[in-house]
Design a protein. Structure first.
Ligand code: ME8
Length: 516
């Protein structure tokens, strides 16, 4: 039987600068969602990449005195490097300047044209280069500085030129029906409501080509025009699945779940499904928008330097500390803030103290008192089975949460088990049992180690490197680490030799402020 397929994407980032913490956040959250489904037995395809065309790229390159291609090459390499630094498990990295993507973009254009949805006209209106977006005049305002701004707070400029249009107005009712009939198409629900009211307010046809520059994908049959960057950008998601070759095995992954930031919901939940309906392609499963991250830590920038840089942040706090902090601390879908104190408090409390100490204390007791092998499992009493069952039951809670992109809730459930396992360990006092009832001590240590095994398996999507170390310490075979191995059948076998326990989560220790 073939496994269920699961396709998940991040937005593709503009490589007009280096990756920042917002990009890192989106990638690692999507990575956790992808890893979860892989461990849950699905055949996963996880895509990320860079969005290399458009005026923003062209203008930045001009400012730097290089070609847009050079700018894209330089920064796309940084985005790839960020993926490695974050331990992202993406299966592909797409760059929109690749040949496969030109072919796919031209194919979807032709399909929309064949459906009668593309016509030539003249565009006159407002455009934000920073957002690469057209805005209606009623969405803009002139501020005190006499500059006109769009709804995202970026300056807009007047554009007037010959342009091809997409008949977006013809899709108003179909889009409203989509939001109505498939309420989980856009999440969180506040975003769906926003999108629905934007569509209800009336859709104008969309300008989808430009003639004043040539950094883009040529319009088929009219090379004077290049495609509007969002037409090609959105198409990346089907390019990577093999479009236009819908017979390719990779096409089996489509449709995808798109993870994006809240500022680009309109493109993904209005334009994209309209393009796909027009081209006769199945719609995405879901578009989920996460919130924005803000730096609220003054102290952080003093002591650490430029912490907006994800590389510095990982170097300073540790990779899994950064992953854990953002995934646990920020409810996925809402805005979040980060600060030095928040990162240190959260990771020291949950990782170093709760999980780290539990593992270290129980495993060093095993090393000392059980000859370094998995202890004997005597008769389990209710306290033992309760904590073991709680650990296994966390899977169902995490599974439901992850299916709704509630990443923080999944982690909360897993770390509730860790907190309860600490209480169990303290209440059972295995160190006291050593003299009074050594057999019972072994059972308590076995139970604790087995709970750590289960927690270690469950933690893999979020803190993969540390979870791997934890499972190595328990001598869990590499092919016994999927969620299907969370059951009693795969429990630790007494007598199995264990390596010497190594601390997995170092405590963050405050460095004295450097004096200038
Ligand atoms: O929008 N916090 O690219 P981009 C959280 N190329 N997320 C943030 C953020 C922040 N401070 N800043 C940006 C684009 N993001 C387009 C996408 S998809 C076909 C094309 C998120 O480099 C942002 O919301 O400006 C988006 O999802 C992603 O980073 C890339 O942003």
């Amino acid at each position: 039987m073939s496994r269920e397929k699961f396709y998940i994407t991040t937005a593709i980032s503009y490589p007009n600068g280096k990756p920042h913490i917002g990009h890192a956040y989106e990638l690692l959250a999507t990575d956790a969602l992808a890893r979860f489904q892989r461990l849950d037995g699905k055949d996963v395809f996880f895509l990320t990449g860079t969005d290399e065309h458009g005026i923003k790229m062209l203008q930045t390159a001009k400012k730097e005195g290089i070609t847009p291609r050079e700018l894209a090459d330089r920064n796309a390499a940084e985005f790839r490097r960020m993926g490695q630094a974050l331990n992202a498990s993406n299966d592909d990295f797409i760059r929109t300047t690749e040949e496969r993507h030109h072919a796919s973009s031209q194919a979807i254009w032709k399909a929309m044209e064949a459906n009668g949805d593309i016509y030539k006209g003249g565009y006159a209106g407002w455009y934000s280069v920073r957002d690469e977006a057209y805005y209606g005049e009623e969405e803009t305002e002139v501020r005190a500085d006499n500059v006109r701004y769009g709804p995202q707070g970026t300056p807009v400029e007047w554009v007037e030129e010959e342009s091809y249009f997409f008949r977006l107005s013809a899709y108003q009712d179909k889009l409203l029906a989509l939001y109505e009939n498939q309420p989980d198409f856009v999440g969180p629900s506040e975003r769906r409501n926003e999108v629905a009211s934007f569509v209800k307010s009336g859709l104008k046809d969309l300008s989808i080509s430009r003639t004043t520059f040539d950094w883009g994908i040529p319009v088929p049959g009219d090379e004077k025009h290049v495609m509007y960057v969002w037409v090609d950008a959105l198409t990346n998601y089907i390019t990577a699945a093999g479009y236009p070759d819908t017979q390719a095995p990779s096409w089996g992954y489509w449709p995808a779940t798109h993870i994006i930031g809240k500022d680009i919901v309109r493109f993904h939940a209005v334009y994209w499904p309209a393009f796909l309906m027009s081209a006769g392609i199945e719609l995405p499963k879901r578009v989920f928008a996460h919130g924005f991250l803000f730096n609220r830590g003054e102290k952080m920038s003093k002591s650490v330097g430029n912490v907006i840089d994800p590389f510095t942040m990982v170097d300073h706090y540790g990779l899994d500390q950064v992953r854990y902090f953002f995934l646990r601390e920020v409810p996925f879908g809402q805005d979040g803030s980060y600060s030095h104190e928040a990162i240190v408090n959260r990771t020291n409390a949950d990782l170093a103290n709760d999980l780290g100490n539990l593992a270290q204390r129980s495993l060093s007791m095993i090393a000392k008192n059980c000859n370094g092998v998995v202890p004997q499992r005597g008769t389990l009493v209710e306290a033992d089975t309760a904590i073991l069952e709680q650990a296994s039951a966390a899977l169902a809670i995490a599974r439901k949460a992850m299916s709704e992109q509630a990443i923080h809730q999944a982690l909360a459930a897993i770390f509730t088990v860790v907190a309860d396992a600490n209480r169990y360990f303290a209440a059972q006092e295995p160190w006291a049992l050593k003299k009074t009832d050594p057999a019972r001590m072994e059972t308590v240590l076995w139970t604790t180690a087995e709970v750590i095994r289960r927690v270690g398996i469950l933690c893999q999507p979020y803190i993969p490197g540390s979870a791997e170390k934890l499972l190595d310490t328990l001598a869990v075979a590499a092919d016994r680490r999927d969620f299907e191995h969370l059951t009693d059948v795969h429990a630790l076998v007494p007598g199995t030799a264990l390596p010497a326990p190594q601390p997995v989560f170092p405590r963050y220790i405050e460095q004295p402020e450097a004096t200038a």
